[in-house]
Design a protein around this ligand. Structure first.
Ligand SMILES: C[S@@+](CC[C@H](N)C(=O)[O-])C[C@H]1O[C@@H](n2cnc3c(N)ncnc32)[C@H](O)[C@@H]1O
Length: 246
């Protein structure tokens, strides 16, 4: 009985194996766009550098460049990182504010990160994964975690999933930025910073001007590590005026 079961099992397994032909084993041809993406990744020095430095993605260098130039993060700072997955900005922020306490003698900061997607743990960061930043309940969770503490910096690298319809994508990007701005003005301490990703589009000027109502110094920044052929730009607001002085 067992014997016949085994031989039946083997023969069905073997017959299904027979169906796998060499043609079927050949890898699926890649589309032009995925081939383009692959060759760009392979020839991108930042991708290699990120791997060497154990950073989760090349985006890290945008924050590194901006912080090296404008000194927005210091040991002891409290930072909220919006749109954090896979986590390279969080990794950089943790180091720069000493949230992991590894720079002995320096004050220990705090990094709170949020993303719609899952984010694997990062030592020194409190992560809110699988949460939509724009949802009031998510912002409430962040506020509860901060327990009334005001932050030094809100950084946002959030970008909507591309739909392929440019106007719709731009509109979604603008919504994310205003959501980050509204949240930042509620929780940032005077003189604090807001850094957020935006795309160069018809609404960029308006957003810049709206930010200027709350921050003394607002500028558009394009780090070298941001691909030249991308419309990505970063809005950096420094010197938060505080709500009363507005
Ligand atoms: C360019 S990636 C961020 C990369 C990240 N800064 C890093 O260095 O690893 C943009 C992220 O924004 C997130 N995102 C977009 N809309 C969001 C939303 N409403 N709430 C939270 N995260 C969002 C996406 O899930 C995506 O992970």
């Amino acid at each position: 009985m067992i014997q016949s079961y085994i031989s039946r099992f083997l023969s069905t397994s073997i017959s299904s194996l027979k169906k796998i032909t060499p043609e079927k084993l050949k890898t699926k041809p890649k589309s032009a766009s995925s081939q383009q993406w692959l060759s760009r990744q392979l020839s991108d020095p930042y991708v290699e550098k990120a791997k060497t430095m154990q950073l989760r993605c090349r985006s890290a260098f945008k924050l590194i460049e901006i912080d090296d130039r404008y000194k927005i993060l210091s040991p002891g700072d409290i930072v909220v990182d919006c749109g954090a997955a896979p986590g390279s900005w969080t990794q950089v922020a943790v180091k720069r504010v000493n949230a992991d306490g590894k720079m002995e003698g320096d004050p220990k900061g705090k990094v709170v990160a949020i993303d719609k997607q899952h984010v694997y743990p990062i030592e020194g960061a409190k992560i809110f994964g699988n949460m939509d930043f724009t949802a009031p309940s998510s912002q409430q969770a962040l506020l509860e975690h901060l327990q009334g503490e005001q932050v030094h910096a809100v950084i946002s690298d959030m970008a909507p999933k591309a739909s392929g319809v440019r106007d719709l994508d731009n509109e979604n990007m603008v919504k994310l930025c205003y959501s980050a701005l509204r949240f930042a003005v509620q929780i940032t301490r005077t003189e604090g910073v807001l850094l957020m990703k935006m795309w160069q589009c018809g609404e960029t000027k308006q957003l810049e001007s709206d930010m200027s109502r709350f921050y003394d110094n607002v500028r558009l920044v394009k780090p070298k590590s941001s691909r030249a052929d991308s419309t990505e730009i970063f809005l950096l607001g420094r010197g938060f005026k505080g709500l009363e002085r507005k």
